[in-house]
Design a protein around this ligand. Structure first.
Ligand SMILES: CC(C)(COP(=O)(O)OP(=O)(O)OC[C@H]1O[C@@H](n2cnc3c(N)ncnc32)[C@H](O)[C@@H]1OP(=O)(O)O)[C@@H](O)C(=O)NCCC(=O)NCCS
Length: 188
């Protein structure tokens, strides 16, 4: 889905633009995911598993910008992609039509500036505009920064996936499932 650009003031005095990802962002988006994947153990991929081609990423971003019920948002600071977030549909079946999923990742250099909070605010607004009633996500046990942020924004823990991730050193981590309810439109 396409949406309006939004400018926000960061805690360090810079400004950040929240905007839809375009096909032209493909290379920088891949680089961003590779960077964040190398900086945190809390994403699904190891950095060496970020193997998308620029062409495949272009196709993906084009599809996202045309999708009526999904969006990919970029946070740009001084011309650099600092991170992105996505609102993704759970599916088109009527029984799950009210649910969307959320994912967010920022390069470490841009943590703590209020970017995630601003992106979440805007993503919630857009998700409701797209007609979703609730947003869901998983957060890895130990990712206190993200989990406390989600709780502050109204997500509630609904369960745990045990041993959800297995790391190269053989250790496991659980993932919490969380949901934020926008509205409950009761049917008959
Ligand atoms: C999680 C993430 C998106 C947060 O981004 P961010 O831009 O730093 O978030 P914000 O600056 O908007 O807010 C972070 C808040 O958490 C607080 N915080 C920082 N470390 C914390 C900790 N260990 N425990 C609790 N709160 C913490 C900060 O003080 C800040 O609160 P404030 O706004 O009151 O100062 C970012 O760290 C990130 O991309 N991490 C790597 C990828 C990832 O984990 N993604 C989420 C996967 S579920």
């Amino acid at each position: 889905m396409r949406f309006e650009r939004k400018r926000i003031d960061l805690k360090d005095g810079r400004t950040c633009t929240l905007r839809p990802a375009e096909a032209e962002d493909s290379e920088a988006m891949i680089e961003c995911l590779r960077t964040v994947s190398s900086e945190t153990p809390f994403l699904l991929r190891n950095a060496d598993e970020v193997t998308f081609t620029v062409e495949a990423e272009e196709q993906f971003l084009k599809a996202e910008s045309m999708h009526p019920r999904e969006l990919m948002m970029i946070a740009e600071v001084d011309g650099e992609i600092s991170g992105n977030c996505a609102v993704l549909s759970v599916g088109d079946l009527r029984r799950t039509y009210h649910r969307c999923r959320f994912a967010i990742a920022l390069k470490k250099a841009f943590w703590g500036l209020g970017i995630a909070s601003a992106m979440m605010d805007y993503a919630f607004f857009l998700a409701e505009e797209m007609g979703y009633e609730q947003m869901e996500l998983e957060v890895v046990d130990g990712n206190d920064r993200a989990k406390s942020l989600y709780e502050r924004f109204g997500f509630q823990e609904t369960g745990k996936n045990h041993r959800s991730l297995k790391y190269d050193d053989g250790s496991y981590r659980d993932e919490y499932r969380m949901v934020k309810i926008f509205s409950a439109r009761e049917g008959i």
